[in-house]
Design a binder for this molecule. Structure first.
Ligand code: SF4
Ligand code: SF4
Length: 503
């Protein structure tokens, strides 16, 4: 018994799994000419695709308070997700988001199979709903495309192929521009387009590279992206099980195959009339009747094709349809398996963690470090001071005036240089300040102190740092802001301090 969870013992005795339908015995590419799909699901998919394509092209132009709705600036590690700015300092949150998303995909795929691939994946949407439609419009349906391909390079072929590839390139260029707008924002994109070429060589190069990649993918690679490149497609073997809802052929109803006539009630065979309509429309060139296959992107074209045949034969639809192998074998609906429960539990925990992280995410992120190599200073006879460097990252789209206050400790903070600190929007404010503590507040050589970062009276965050000092008064008097002479005790402390820093 095969242990592969998507192994179908009824039909998986065939050798079709040993080869790809798009590669012949010599290893050459077999070009797929899928018949133009039509039917109810294809119409629904067209509507969904129009909405998705509209969102894709409109979204970069939408701004909230002058800030893009969505920006994925990977080179600068700056991401804006629907108003929330994530910078390099949010790596943990970003990683948690990615992990949560991946677990969601695993759970979703375990239950609904490749619904994503067939309905919403950008590759499928652009390939089947944009480039394939252009191809049908210019070259005609599958058989006309085959005829054109076999034709010598006469005027008709040059005209049709030339026009097709020109339109493909133009659409690829438009997609590349939009794609780049998601990375660098639409304002930067306009600069690249409108300003002299010499000022934007990198941006223009990226634009041309993206155009070339999209053109190559949609004009040449096509279904090969789903079959051999896409990691999600490659993972289907471990994500799907016999309970997953996939596009499947109901072999119990369809077999044995045989020709039939409309309204014939005396037939001895199953409902499949072996017409190959489901095979002719398949953009990945497979026969869904062989069983669930990794090549199937669940595009539903074969469902529409078979339904139209069943309609003509006046038989119920759904010989090919959304179903699970358990559903076909045992008429069993979706079962909540331990696997689904396990993934759901993990996803729930991750979502709670992510929500907590997002809700408690402050507008700023401040680091306060004692200035390296500078010892504490005695202020008069009753106080000590430490010098600190601070860095405040402003994650919002507005400038934030900030100030610092000690939390739970007597003492004060004295700014060095500028009294007022303003963290510019999506930028960093840096500076130095002294923390002055009375000797009575110092309990050990190294004490932990907490500093509130405020804007007005609102506490934005609380940061922790260390204060170095001594509980014993120094014999020789020092004055405010006067560098003390290192004593033996201080030398030891200085050594300790460097050890701490190296840790
Ligand atoms: S088998 Fe059907 S659903 Fe799967 S890719 Fe082919 S046409 Fe689409
Ligand atoms: S379209 Fe339906 S009837 Fe025709 S071969 Fe495919 S499964 Fe059989």
């Amino acid at each position: 018994m095969d242990t592969n969870p998507i192994f179908d013992p009824i039909h998986d005795t065939e050798a079709y799994r040993d080869s790809l339908s798009t590669i012949d015995k010599e290893g050459n590419r077999v070009w797929i000419y899928p018949k133009k799909p039509k039917g109810q699901l294809y119409n629904y998919r067209t509507i969904v695709s129009v909405v998705l394509i509209a969102i894709f092209f409109i979204q970069p132009f939408i701004k909230i308070n002058g800030v893009p709705l969505l920006m994925l600036n990977i080179p600068a590690r700056k991401f804006i997700l629907y108003g929330l700015v994530f910078g390099p300092q949010d790596t943990f949150l970003f990683a948690l988001t990615m992990i949560t998303f991946m677990v969601f995909i695993v759970l979703f795929t375990t239950i609904f199979g490749r619904l994503w691939c067939g309905w919403t994946c950008p590759q499928t949407v652009f390939m089947e709903m944009v480039f394939r439609k252009i191809e049908y419009f210019i070259e005609g349906d599958a058989q006309q495309q085959r005829n054109l391909s076999k034709m010598p390079w006469n005027t008709e072929k040059i005209r049709k192929r030339g026009l097709k590839y020109f339109v493909f390139f133009a659409v690829s260029f438009i997609i590349a521009n939009t794609f780049l707008a998601y990375i660098i924002s639409v304002d930067e994109l306009f600069k690249i387009i409108s300003e002299p070429v010499s000022q934007h060589l990198v941006g223009l190069s990226m634009l041309l590279v993206f155009t070339g990649v999209f053109y190559f993918v949609f004009a040449y690679m096509r279904e090969q992206v789903c079959l051999v490149v896409c990691p999600y497609g490659r993972l289907q073997g471990v994500l799907l099980d016999t309970n997953s809802i996939v596009v499947a052929y109901n072999d119990k109803r369809g077999e044995p195959r045989g020709k039939a006539k409309k309204g014939d009630t005396t037939q001895q065979h199953g409902d499949c009339i072996d017409c190959h309509a489901c095979v002719h429309v398949c953009p990945t060139g497979i026969d869904i009747r062989n069983g669930v296959q990794l090549e199937c992107i669940n595009c539903t074209a074969c469902i529409d094709a078979c339904d139209s045949i069943m309609d003509k034969l006046e038989r119920p639809r759904g010989l090919v349809g959304y179903n699970s192998l358990e559903g076909i074998r045992n008429n069993q609906g979706l079962k909540v398996t331990p696997r689904i429960m396990g993934y759901s539990a993990i996803l729930g925990i991750l979502l709670v963690g992510l929500s907590y992280g997002l809700l408690n995410r402050s507008d700023t992120e401040t680091t306060v470090l004692r200035t390296s190599g500078v010892m504490f200073q005695e202020i008069g006879t009753d106080s000590l001071s430490n010098l600190y460097n601070f860095k405040t990252v402003n994650k919002t789209h507005n400038d934030i005036p900030v100030r610092f206050e000690l939390q739970g400790t007597q003492g004060q903070i004295k700014m060095v240089g500028h009294a007022k600190v303003v963290a510019p929007n999506e930028d960093i404010a840096e500076g130095e300040f002294f923390v002055v503590l009375p000797r009575t507040a110092i309990k050990s050589r190294k004490s932990e102190i907490q500093i509130n970062v405020l804007s007005g009276d609102k506490v934005l965050e609380t940061v922790k740092t260390n204060f170095l000092g001594t509980t014993k008064p120094k014999k020789t008097e020092t004055h405010e802001n006067e560098e003390e002479q290192p004593t033996e005790q201080h030398k030891d402390e200085h050594k300790d301090e460097h050890k701490d820093e190296h840790k």
